[in-house]
Ligand binder design. Structure first.
Ligand code: ACM
Ligand code: ZN
Length: 777
């Protein structure tokens, strides 16, 4: 082996130094590029700078767009001209060696050169260049006096996946054209390229169809029950006017499609079938099995039984007409037809559907759905389009060319890939941004469930079980935003940011380059860009998670604080005040006794990074005492068993946190044995309502006490004044105080809802009662 020359060694050492200094000042690019090298020095944009372009009209358009983006924030004139010698140079270089969307960016002291094989590549590169400038470049106003510099850098970059998507449900709540454009801008700055537009669902039909005007005249409007919790909204009554909703005219749709195309984002429309079409059937009940009548539901519906009739040919003619207009509006190769959560109850009862099953030799209703989707696929295929649907389209056999969007888990996408079908991964577990992204106590009301930033970042769209050949069928992934609980644009932004930021790196950056710590170092800069752009976002990832456990031996509570942040500076207080930079630093589990409210937050450079997390500990006369259950708790929500209700720790805003105990279809009737005769003057207990999850407050709570466990005092009764339809999501404490009594046994009876009310999605089924914590003083 040849020894390295002194020169090689020196050169390597120099390179190392350069890299290291580069790393320290590494620009915070998200998504992280495939390859980048940072050099000393920087480029300064001057007022007289010229942006040159070469390689065709696409480059000229990009140069003009770049100038148009920079002019208002810099206040500079910034001319554009054909050529290759501007201060900033955009070059389209024909050639076959380019990967799709690839670009090369070279920032030197005197020039910035962006080269790509297509204008799409240039557009992606401009997003990177933008992040190299100060965050104010994302703002709308002139940042006078600012130095517009970019670090010297060489970037080679291209995406990992061809489908990098984000979905928006505009049915559950309607979002106007202006917001949809803003949403598309968010996708563009993250280098996403698919906007999945969920235009149809039970609660609203949002796209104008000329041949069927009632779809929007009727289907786009519902009665306004926005003051009631989503899952407890009474259907429209006869004579009531439907006033809440909206839709996009075809002209507006064209405007949005064009707006997205300018950002190299394909809009994939979703036209749901055969179910999730209550809005369509309210307008055209003749395409149902029963003929109706239907009204547009103003809130949650479950199960999804309103369904198109698969037995009538008229239904298919109607859908084909609708899709024909849809295809005129959307050039997208893929047309999404939904296909999810179709309850087949009506199909089982319908003579037309049953006749279809017989005539087509189908095995049952699952195959009838498959027949339905295959028939639509054939139609789309005849127009040169591809069908994509949620993973339920696998049931009863997948249509020959269909692409599967895997939402229930990874399995649907995996099965599709194994059978040679394309799949887009959007599993609930990692891609549904409609659930909480931090402690529910510090986040806006959402769907129950938790999806943290770190979990999104950990998402790997390609299941490891797939062979390399099968893995090629996983064409990408996307995030989804369902809007049952999202009524305005600012909240929609909050729910997707920064989870979309994490996802952008999942779908763009090579898997081996992904790194949670690195992402976290870059995230604050991204947040500065959001601030400049006036975007709303969550800091839930900077929350402290507190878990408390009862220590039998010491009679104390052990409190542990964790965070998904790599090395958080956690500070806390125990006196009820807000933690600050001077508060004690958390270094390890704390032993707590008595009554304490612990408040904790994460700090960085003297700044509180997220919200304040709170945990109340209340060691009282009932704590750790024996509980006798006259009614049993459910095995599904048992907390940690017999001492859950009296462990001195109150449950959080999340009924799944292990502190809450659930009782199904029954009252709660428990007796706490205080161990010996004890003076008692107050009793309290806490309950939760999550009406969408069939959990209701008790109808009343009764407290009584006894010395012998047989003869009890008269009960102190607290009646719930708030009706089940108005309970929504909330936690309530039922407190009673009285002249001091002497007691060994304390009995708590909470009268449950027992069954879900008639208007509820679970009408007649067992209702839940959730309790924590019982406190005796
Ligand atoms: C879905 O969430 N029903 C696709
Ligand atoms: Zn039918």
């Amino acid at each position: 082996m040849k020894l390295p020359s002194l020169f090689t060694v020196l050169a390597a050492a120099l390179l190392l130094t350069a890299c290291r200094s580069g790393k320290d000042s590494a620009p915070a690019l998200i998504p992280q590029p495939v390859d980048m090298k940072v050099a000393p020095g920087h480029f300064s944009l001057i007022p007289e700078a010229r942006i040159s372009w070469s390689g065709g009209a696409g480059a000229a358009i990009m140069a003009e767009e770049l100038a148009a983006m920079l002019r208002p924030v810099t206040g500079y004139e910034l001319t554009t001209a054909e050529g290759i010698d501007g201060n900033i140079r955009l070059i389209i270089e024909a050639g076959t060696e380019w990967k799709k969307e690839e670009y090369h960016l070279k920032v030197q002291r005197k020039s910035v050169t962006l080269t790509a094989g297509t204008s799409e590549g240039l557009f992606r590169g401009i997003q990177t260049a933008r992040q190299l400038l100060p965050p104010q470049v994302f703002g709308g106003e002139t940042a006078a006096g600012l130095k517009w510099t970019m670090p010297c850098i060489t970037v080679t970059d291209y995406p990992r996946f061809e489908w990098r998507g984000m979905h928006l449900d505009v049915s559950r709540h309607f979002f106007d054209v202006e917001f949809v454009k803003r949403y598309i801008d968010i996708l563009a700055m993250h280098k996403l390229n698919v906007f999945h537009w969920h235009l149809v669902d039970d609660q609203g039909w949002r796209i104008e169809i000329k041949k069927y005007p009632k779809l929007t005249e009727v289907g786009a409007w519902r009665v306004d029950r926005e003051d009631k919790p989503w899952d407890s909204r009474e259907p429209q009554k006869p004579g009531e006017e439907a006033t809440y909703g909206g839709f996009y005219t075809q002209e507006e749709i064209r405007e949005i499609v064009a707006y997205a195309a300018e950002r190299y984002i394909t809009v994939v429309p979703e036209i749901e079938m055969p179910a999730h079409v209550g809005s369509a059937l309210a307008a055209y009940p003749e395409y149902s099995c029963t003929g109706g009548s239907f009204t547009v539901p103003p809130g949650g519906v479950w199960p999804i039984t309103d369904i198109y009739c698969a037995g009538k040919d008229e239904t298919f003619a109607f859908i084909k007409d609708v899709l024909t207009e849809v295809m005129e509006l959307f050039p997208s190769e893929y047309i999404h037809v939904g296909g999810d959560e179709a309850d087949k109850t009506e199909w089982k009862k319908c003579p037309d559907c049953q006749a279809r099953i017989r005539e087509e030799g189908l095995a049952g209703e699952a195959e009838l759905q498959s027949y339905f989707i295959k028939r639509i696929e054939k139609f789309l295929g005849s127009k040169g389009r591809k069908l994509i649907g949620w993973d339920e389209i696998l049931q009863g056999g997948l249509a020959p060319e269909a692409t599967v969007m895997s939402w229930q888990g990874f399995e649907g996408g995996e099965a599709a890939a194994r059978s040679g079908h394309e799949a887009v991964m959007a599993p609930v577990s990692h891609c549904y941004f409609n659930v909480y992204q931090g402690d529910p106590a510090t986040e806006p009301e959402s769907f129950r469930g938790l999806l943290t930033l770190k979990k999104v970042y950990s998402f790997e769209p390609v299941p490891p079980e797939l062979s390399a050949e099968e893995a090629d069928f996983i064409i990408g992934a996307q995030g989804c935003l369902w809007t049952e609980y999202i009524t305005d644009g600012a909240t929609a932004e909050y729910m997707i940011l920064p989870r979309l930021t994490a996802l952008s790196e999942v779908v763009w950056t090579p898997a081996e380059s992904r790194n949670w710590e690195g992402f976290n170092r870059r995230l604050p800069k991204m947040m500065e860009r959001f601030d400049a752009a006036g975007l709303n976002y969550s800091r839930g990832s900077y929350n402290v998670d507190m878990s408390a456990s009862w220590d039998e031996a010491s009679g104390n509570i052990i409190l542990e604080m964790t965070s998904e942040q790599p090395s958080p500076d956690i500070r806390y207080t125990t006196d009820g005040t807000d933690p600050g930079t001077g508060s004690p630093v958390y270094t390890g589990p704390l032993k707590m006794s008595g009554k304490v409210t612990v408040r904790a937050a994460i700090f960085d450079n003297g700044e509180m990074m997220g919200g304040i997390s709170t945990k109340s500990i209340n060691i009282n006369k009932a704590t750790a005492m024996k509980v006798q259950y006259n009614t049993p708790f459910s095995d599904r929500y048992k907390g940690f068993g017999d001492r859950t209700l009296v462990n001195g720790i109150s449950g959080s805003g999340d009924f799944n946190d292990g502190q809450w105990q659930g009782f199904e279809g029954t009252d709660m009737d428990v007796v706490i044995d205080l161990g010996r005769e004890t003076p008692v003057s107050s009793i309290s207990s806490g309950y939760m309502a999550v009406v969408g999850s069939w959990i209701f407050l008790p109808q009343s709570v009764e407290y009584s006490w006894s010395s012998d466990g047989t003869n009890y005092s008269a009960a102190q009764v607290i009646v719930t004044e708030i009706g089940p339809a108005d309970q929504g999501n909330r936690a309530e404490t039922y407190f009673a105080s009285f002249p001091e009594a002497s007691a060994r046994y304390v009995r708590v009876v909470a009268r449950g809802q027992i069954t879900c009310p008639t208007w509820h999605a679970g009408a007649g089924n067992k209702a839940w009662l959730f309790c924590d914590e019982i406190v005796v003083e």
